[in-house]
Design a protein around this ligand. Structure first.
Ligand code: HEC
Length: 406
């Protein structure tokens, strides 16, 4: 790479032969191959069938290198997913395993492809000995036809088999159009151009900067975003919901609602129907606005099977499929769904159960947004039926039907 300029007369670098047809070149290549040369090459304006075997070129190692890179990428992705999701910051999402292969597939895929692609490019460049800013043959005027209509074969003098007269004689015997010595080029500077070297070195140094920033970011504390390159409209003279206000006397940005304000569609007049209460107490009866009949029970069953059974089980015993899966996985954080047929829930006022469906209770999420008011009541109705069925005794079965039971 250094601009080292050789002393003395120019050295012989090799011998180049020129042919008129691809066939002549292929035959010549076979001879050179059989003579056991290693440092030689052919140059043609277009790809020539059969030149690879004629030159004794072995299949490239590139696929193996890329395979290793791909496997490295896959392993890296697997370790990354395991470390970030299961060790360093475990992701607690009810019932889901910390280390989930399906959820990690995109990452596995991306890193495999990324490592393979970059390695394919880099290894191709290295194996081909690139970049090669100038080549001894560049100076041969006749060699320009290598991109046009002539076929060249170049044997390098550094080849152990190279012998000036013997190699010339070998090439003569292949009947080339022209045979020429390739001498060392002493006119143009050796190695890469200096500005390019400096530019590349600067890029390599610049590539270290992000890592220095990562380390710095891990060591220091700030309440500002560290890098805010495009501020857009992030900083404005405006109030944000939970921030303090110097303007209002109570210091709050969010203004309290005017008493008795009702949003459109939220009149909810019927205390019994909408809030499950009668005179402030949890209702013990179903609201009169809602018929309690077989249709309501059927509707309650379908809605229960959709919204509640996954956790509480089809019979209300608390053994829904989600819960069983969590228990199979031995998830320590899992709170099992309650058995709905047990005593205190049989005594729970229907109004209270209606309310907890809408608002959720402790670890159970709220289903108000998904289930209409009427359907919440119908689900309570169906839960009542499950409770009776789950605690039935022989006395509950009509005498005429007892014969079928054992
Ligand atoms: C995602 C799982 C899940 C679903 C779906 C679910 N529940 Fe629950 N439910 C729970 C869990 C967990 C508890 C226990 C909560 C606790 O103790 O922290 C619970 C508790 C309850 C209780 C007992 C509350 C108490 O005060 O002890 C009732 C009643 C109940 N659920 C009814 C329902 C009904 C009705 C539905 C369908 C609309 C439903 N749940 C849907 C998980 C679920």
């Amino acid at each position: 790479m250094a601009a080292h300029r050789p002393e003395g007369p120019p050295k012989l670098l090799g011998v180049v032969a020129e042919y008129e047809t691809p066939t002549a070149l292929v035959h010549a290549a076979e001879k050179v191959r059989d003579a056991g040369f290693q440092h030689w090459d052919t140059y043609t304006p277009f790809p020539i069938h059969g030149i690879d075997p004629a030159m004794g070129i072995r299949p490239t190692r590139l696929p193996w290198i890329v395979l290793c890179a791909g496997l490295t990428g896959l392993t890296t992705a697997a370790l990354l997913q395991w470390w970030t999701n299961a060790v360093d910051y475990p992701w607690v999402i009810s019932g889901k395993p910390f280390l989930s292969i399906p959820a990690s597939v995109p990452v596995y895929f991306e890193l495999t492809v990324l490592f393979s692609a970059l390695t394919a490019l880099g290894a191709m460049i290295v194996i081909n000995g690139l970049p090669e800013p100038h080549h001894p043959l560049d100076l041969k005027e006749r060699f320009g036809r290598a991109t046009d209509d002539r076929f060249f074969l170049y044997i390098q003098a550094r080849d152990p088999k190279f012998d000036e007269s013997a190699t010339r004689a070998l090439l003569e015997s292949t009947h080339p159009e022209d045979l020429d010595d390739v001498m060392e080029d002493q006119s143009s500077p050796a190695g890469l151009p200096r500005p390019l070297v400096i530019g590349l070195a600067a890029l390599v140094c610049a590539a270290i900067v992000p890592f220095v920033l990562f380390v710095q970011a891990r060591q220091t504390m700030t309440d500002q975003p560290r890098i805010h390159m495009v501020p857009d409209m992030d900083f404005q003279l405006k109030y944000k919901t939970q921030k303090a206000s110097a303007f209002f006397a109570d210091g709050r940005t969010v203004r309290p609602q005017e008493p008795a304000t009702i949003a459109v569609g939220q009149l909810d007049e019927d205390e019994h129907l909408h809030h499950g209460r009668v005179e402030g107490e949890y209702a013990r009866t179903f609201p009169s606005a809602l018929p309690v009949d077989e249709a309501a029970m059927k509707r309650g069953q379908t809605q229960y099977d959709i919204f509640c059974a996954p956790c509480h089980g089809l019979s209300g015993a608390g053994d829904g499929i989600v819960s069983r899966r969590a228990q199979d996985k031995e998830q320590s954080m899992w709170v099992p769904p309650t058995n709905l047929t047990q005593g205190y829930l049989r005594r729970m006022p229907v109004g209270q159960m209606y309310e907890l469906i809408g608002k959720g209770v402790r670890n159970m999420p709220a289903y108000g947004p998904q289930i209409s008011i009427e359907d919440r009541w119908r689900i309570v109705l169906y839960v009542r039926a499950l409770q009776r069925a789950g605690n039935a005794t022989i006395e509950d079965v009509p005498a005429a039907e007892r014969g079928g039971l054992n």
